[in-house]
Ligand binder design. Sequence first.
Ligand code: UP5
Ligand code: MG
Length: 191
Amino acid sequence: PALADACIVFVLGGPGSGKGTQCDMIVKKYGFVHLSAGDLLREEVKKGTELGKEIEGIMKEGKLVPTDITVKLLREAMEKSTADTFLIDGFPREIHQAQVFERKVKPPQLVIYYDCPEDVMKERLLKRAQTSGRADDNEETITKRFKTFLECTIPVVEYYERKGLLVKISAVPPPEEVFKETEKAIQRGCS
Ligand code: UP5
Ligand code: MG
């Protein structure tokens, strides 16, 4: 189907809340296409281009990569696919990004927000740091990522809550339990 007919699900939550974990589980069961904005940016960094170096510096500071770059990467990935449902993980991260995506691609049908206390997220990230190889999984950058999340991304959560598109799910229970709530949300939002 054409992109214009696709169902868009934004998957939001703080750093380490479990966005990627839940998206993997959704993909296994429902076959949706999972696009992590962070993964697309990390792929760009790996290429070692000038753009990649710029992105690398921003991510190490826990700041936001300019909207046009992320929207372009997401749009290109979407256009390569014929999926009818896209999970957009970790985007939009500020209200402006939501508005640009809505205008240049299309509005989401559903927004899932994984709610998680900071101490739980921090513990998960520091544990993952032992194996992830992610340059932003260190105490200093984690603190900066939390700050950006509170200042820029929580307003996006509130924006979609006002639009009646938000489903808030506690990310604290084990992944399988969180997934039960995730399934309820997508069955309601993507039909
Ligand atoms: N885990 C997961 N669920 C669990 C559960 N229920 N119980 C116990 N443990 C659980 O999970 C994190 C860890 O927790 C894993 O070890 C997992 O096993 C365990 P994960 O699923 O990876 O969480 P996720 O929310 O995906 O965490 P991630 O670190 O990916 O979130 P971020 O939002 O910080 O990272 P992202 O890759 O989206 O962005 C990174 C950076 O890119 C940003 O800081 C920013 O600089 C930049 N960026 C932009 O500028 N613009 C964008 O649009 C996107 C990113
Ligand atoms: Mg992730």
